[in-house]
Ligand binder design. Sequence first.
Ligand SMILES: Nc1ncnc2c1ncn2[C@@H]1O[C@H](COP(=O)(O)OP(=O)(O)O)[C@@H](O)[C@H]1O
Ligand SMILES: [Mg+2]
Length: 336
Amino acid sequence: MSSEQRPDLVLDARSVTKRFGGLVAVRSVDFTIPFGSIVSLIGPNGAGKTTFFNVIAGVYELSDGEILFNGETVIARPRRTWAEPIYWFVVPTILLILAVAALLAGIGIIGHLLFLATLLAIIPALLVALTRPRWYVRMIGRTGIFRSSRPNEMVSLGIGRTFQNIRLFGNMSVLENVMVGMHSRMHANLLDAALRLDRHKREEEAAVNDARKWISYVGMAGYENEAARNLPYGYQRRLEIARALASEPKLLLLDEPTAGMNPVETREMTGLIARVRKDLGVTILLIEHDMEVVMGVSDRVTVLDHGEKIAEGSPDEVRANPQVIEAYLGRGAASA
Ligand SMILES: Nc1ncnc2c1ncn2[C@@H]1O[C@H](COP(=O)(O)OP(=O)(O)O)[C@@H](O)[C@H]1O
Ligand SMILES: [Mg+2]
C-alpha cells in the first residue's frame, strides 16, 4: 500500500486526516521530517497542531492516511485485526492436536506430556499478545494484519514528546520524574527485581547516573531532589524535556515549549532546542503558536490553518507568504 520509501525521512505522514465527529481537525495533511532536522508546525489556535501531534504519538486513531516512522508504517487504519487472536493460539492448538493424536494412537505418556506442553504454551502466547514485540508485529503484518502503535509503543520505537499542558508527577522529585522516562530503555525484568539480582542493581545505578546527566544537560543540576510542583514554570518545561530525552528518542515532539514564558525563558528554551539537535543529533518537531520563536531554529516551517496545510518552506518563505500573513498573522501583522 505504501508508495516509494524515503530513507532520508524519520517521519513521513501521508494525507493524514483526523475527524472528531463532524469536525475535521486535520485534513489530508502531508508532512515529512528529514533525519537531523528541526521542523516546525505553526498556526493559530485551533488550527489542528496538537491533534496532528497526538496522531503521530499514537494517542488518537487517525481517520485516514498513513504514518511511516523510520520507513515502517506504524500508524494507519486498522486492517483485519479480528484475525490476530488466531495467531496467539496457533502453537497451543498444534500441540493440542498432537496430544489428542498421541492419545488416540495409544501412546499415553507422550499424549499427556503434549497436553501439559499445550497448557504451558498458552503462557508465552498470552505474553506475546500482551507485549506485542516488534518481531511479532512484523510477522502478523506480513499476513495483512495491522493495528496502529499505541503511545508506549511509539516511545519504544523512538518518539519522545512533551505536552502543551505540562504533565509531570508533581509530588515526585526531579530525579524520579526523569527516571520515569527511562522505563522503556530498561531491560531487567520483574524476576530480576524480585530476586534483587546484580543485573537489576547495576541497571538501577546506571539509570540514576543517566537521569542526573539529563538533568544537568537541561541546566538543572542541583535540583534533583526538589519536588516537581515546587519548580518555577520554566524549569518544569525543561524537566519535561529531560524526561523525554531520557527515553533516547530519535524524534522529539515539543508542543509549545515556550508557551507562557517570559522573553528570557523563551530565549533559553530556544537555545536548548538548538543544542539538543546539535549535540545529540535528535530530530525535532516543534509546535509553536508564536511564529517568531520558530524562525531562528527551524530548517522548515509548515503552516496549518483550520486543519489544512496552507504553506510550507523555509522560515523566510513562510514569513513572506501572503496567505500565511492573512490567515495566520492577521491583518495587523502584515505591516509589522
Ligand atoms: N479531543 C477532541 N475532541 C473534539 N474536538 C477536539 C479534540 N481535540 C481538539 N479538538 C478540536 O480540533 C480543533 C484543533 O484543535 P487543536 O489540535 O488543539 O489545535 P491547536 O493545537 O492548533 O491549537 C479545534 O477545533 C478543537 O476544538
Ligand atoms: Mg495546541
